[in-house]
Design a protein around this ligand. Structure first.
Ligand code: PYC
Length: 313
């Protein structure tokens, strides 16, 4: 017999930004207190990590789902706080996820076109919902930590790339095993995963994303990327934090001027437009993209479901 007793209800809205999903959790999440979003994230990690797994891993989610838990911001200037996470852990910032969050709040009628500060675990980002439904995200300060790191990768050889912070840590390289196309996703994933393991073993344990850059598919774009996320899923969007890390490298090399537009294409052909400003805190990238709402639903956590908190948890 199917019962509906002893079930916890979680209100979620799913959207995608350039093909990459975001699941915004509106109500029913754990109480994480009212400290900074960074502290709330650490508290969730220690005390409620199974909630993360229940929301984004199988059977309710998959390795490509990014969760965005709406939480109270500690900073009084912020309208919202958000904790981002995926199938294997937590994200400092998430560009496509922030666009998904703002689009979700607009869908709910909780915001109108205008500017909103959002507190993330790694700092405050400034967002703007435009009349056409697109969203601009002014990221946290970004920078390149290492230029031209040489990594020895099993089965590949030497790979040269940069280590940069875009709200998450990236290793960026333009050494490709094949063109960046949907047909080559398995090869690109294998290549990026080998690089990720070698980068971590050879002095950069903080890097959890690998970004491969190649030529764009058309003159509309400046570059096409393939970004491998920490849980081994590739980003369907051009990756907001990855695009920010790319801008930090371009700025450091003098290849992109402040205010100039950079159109970043993803492996599936979706895009973000981006630019940066040079400020006292450093390079501040702004990315712009569009998200679409896909589902407005209530998740159930049933106490007698053996996979209530995810598979393998
Ligand atoms: O858009 O920043 C991003 C992102 C990070 C991981 C997946 N998407």
């Amino acid at each position: 017999m199917v019962t509906n007793s002893a079930s916890q209800k979680i209100r979620v809205i799913d959207s995608h930004t350039g093909g990459e999903p975001t699941r915004v959790i509106l109500t029913g999440g754990p109480d994480l207190g009212h400290s900074s979003v960074g502290d709330q994230l650490r508290y969730m990690h220690t005390n409620h990590d199974r909630f993360r797994a229940a929301m984004v891993t199988e059977p309710r989610g998959s390795e490509l789902m990014v969760g965005a838990l709406l939480v109270p911001p500690a900073n009084p200037t912020c309208a919202f706080g958000v904790i981002f996470f995926n199938n294997v852990g937590y994200l400092g910032m998430c560009g496509h996820g922030t666009i998904g969050l703002i689009t979700t709040l607009a869908y709910l009628g909780r915001i109108q076109p205008g500017n909103y500060l959002v507190e993330t675990a790694v700092g405050i980002v400034s967002t703007r919902l435009l009349e056409d439904g697109s969203v601009m995200v002014r990221n946290v300060p970004c920078y390149r930590k290492v230029k031209g790191a040489i990594i020895h990768v099993d089965g590949i050889g030497s790979v040269c790339g940069d280590v940069a912070w875009g709200g998450n840590w990236f290793f960026l390289t333009d050494q490709l095993p094949c063109p960046i196309t949907v047909q080559n996703i398995d090869r690109l994933t294998d290549h990026a995963w080998r690089i990720r393991r070698a980068v971590n073993a050879q002095g950069y344990p903080e890097v959890d994303h690998v970004e491969l850059s190649g030529p764009p598919s058309s003159a509309l774009y400046d570059s096409r990327n393939f970004v491998l996320c920490p849980g081994k899923a590739y980003d369907r969007s051009p990756c907001g934090t990855g695009t920010s890390a790319k801008l930090a490298c371009l700025a450091a090399d003098g290849l992109l001027k402040p205010g100039a537009t950079w159109n970043q294409e993803s492996v599936i052909g979706s895009s973000f437009s981006a630019n940066y400003s040079m400020e006292a805190e450093g390079i501040i990238p702004t990315i712009q993209g569009r998200a679409f709402v896909m589902a407005d639903s209530e998740m159930l956590l049933q106490s007698d479901d053996p996979f209530c908190w995810g598979i393998g948890t």
